[in-house]
Design a protein around this ligand. Structure first.
Ligand SMILES: NC(=O)c1ccc[n+]([C@@H]2O[C@H](COP(=O)([O-])OP(=O)(O)OC[C@H]3O[C@@H](n4cnc5c(N)ncnc54)[C@H](O)[C@@H]3O)[C@@H](O)[C@H]2O)c1
Length: 323
């Protein structure tokens, strides 16, 4: 059985490709290599190097390969860039999905796992230690989050019109590496940002230490990319077992770590002396964002296995390989 993995040459995609193959499924990858790396694509998978927005090429891909289902990861993911270039984000993330869904309908492919994001929640109004559930109001605060929420709505509409079965996985903060060569090569997220700072002899930055959290710094839910990849296999099983169904599912650990705790873990793992610089809060940073993962447990029979030490340790090994 062949699954199409869009964005399979990317950071998360490479891990998902490996786990999908391990589960016995055949893989075709659609990737334009804009942020992905060909070196992450295994010889055992077919790479189709096209843009997701190229309707003719995407339709041809479905005509050339017998695709059973799709894991759709190909997208732009930088919040700041999405604020500067909303048209580009709507074109890549929303029109790209439109081209894909259209080609799926034409080819009668009805199974979809969609890479969504905790960004759909925006700044949720939660108090104290409350966690974010899938019924927490979705109110994205940037174009990136909006494209993910619209993507969910669009895919959900296809469950009614075409009988598609869809799982939208709302990833929380993805970090770590399942293999050193699959590490995140960009510096947009906290762990690589800390590594980048210490590698260049700069102090890592903490944006505000006066939040209503135990140590004053923001709390997020860091999920190991290997755990996340395994959740995709469970999601493929879920969409395979259902017809005309939509589920949005939080993928996190259910545990929060503060920025200071992450920096302390980097100190622990690297053995380096690190003194962070405290600067102004960033606009739109909620104090704490932690996933309630009970739905993932119930619907996917999946829970995370790795902790913050595993995440930082594996990410550091991958970072060193980067050179
Ligand atoms: N990394 C995170 O923390 C995080 C959190 C939440 C959601 N996500 C989502 O997970 C998915 C994968 O993210 P990632 O971190 O692996 O990013 P990434 O940039 O490493 O991977 C994206 C992949 O998609 C490909 N791609 C992008 N636009 C394309 C297009 N128009 N046509 C064809 N291929 C295209 C890129 O070449 C790359 O290989 C994205 O949908 C992202 O929004 C990521």
């Amino acid at each position: 059985m062949t699954w199409l993995i869009t964005g399979g040459a990317g950071y998360i995609g490479a891990h998902v490709v490996a786990e999908t193959q391990k589960s016995g499924r055949n893989v075709v990858i659609l990737d334009d290599l804009s942020t992905g790396l060909e070196s992450r694509v295994p010889d055992s998978a077919t790479l189709v190097n096209i843009a997701i927005t190229d309707q003719k090429a995407v339709r041809k891909l479905f005509a050339d390969h017998e695709i059973h289902g799709v894991l759709h990861l190909a997208a732009r993911k930088q919040v700041g860039e999405s604020i500067e270039r909303p048209d580009y984000y709507w074109s890549e993330n929303v029109h790209g999905l439109q081209v894909l869904l259209d080609a799926m309908s034409e080819a009668n492919v009805r199974k979809l796992v969609f890479s969504s994001s905790a960004a759909v929640y925006g700044q949720p109004e939660i108090t104290g230690d409350a966690m974010i559930t899938e019924t927490t109001t979705c109110k994205p605060i940037n174009p990136y989050g909006a494209t993910k929420l619209v993507g969910e709505w669009y895919a959900q509409a296809k469950t009614v019109s075409d009988g598609m079965s869809v799982a939208a996985l709302r990833y929380f903060n993805v970090a770590g590496a399942g293999r050193p060569e699959f590490g995140d090569v960009f510096t947009f997220n906290l762990v690589p940002l800390i590594f980048d700072a210490i590698t260049h002899d700069r102090a890592p930055r903490i944006y505000g230490d006066n939040y209503p959290t135990p140590d004053g710094t923001c709390i997020r839910d860091y999920i190991h990319v290997q755990d996340l990849a395994e959740a995709h296999v469970a999601a493929m099983d879920l969409v395979d077992s259902r017809d005309a169904s939509f589920e949005a599912i939080n993928i996190g650990t259910g545990r929060g770590s503060s920025v200071r705790e992450v920096i302390d873990m980097v100190i622990d793992v690297t053995g380096l002396t690190i003194t962070p610089e405290i600067i102004e809060r960033r606009i739109g940073d909620p104090a704490a964002l932690v996933a309630d993962v009970s739905k993932a447990r119930a619907t996917l029979d999946w829970t995370s296995r790795y902790d913050l030490h595993d995440i930082v340790d594996s990410a550091w090994k991958a970072w060193q390989l980067k050179g």
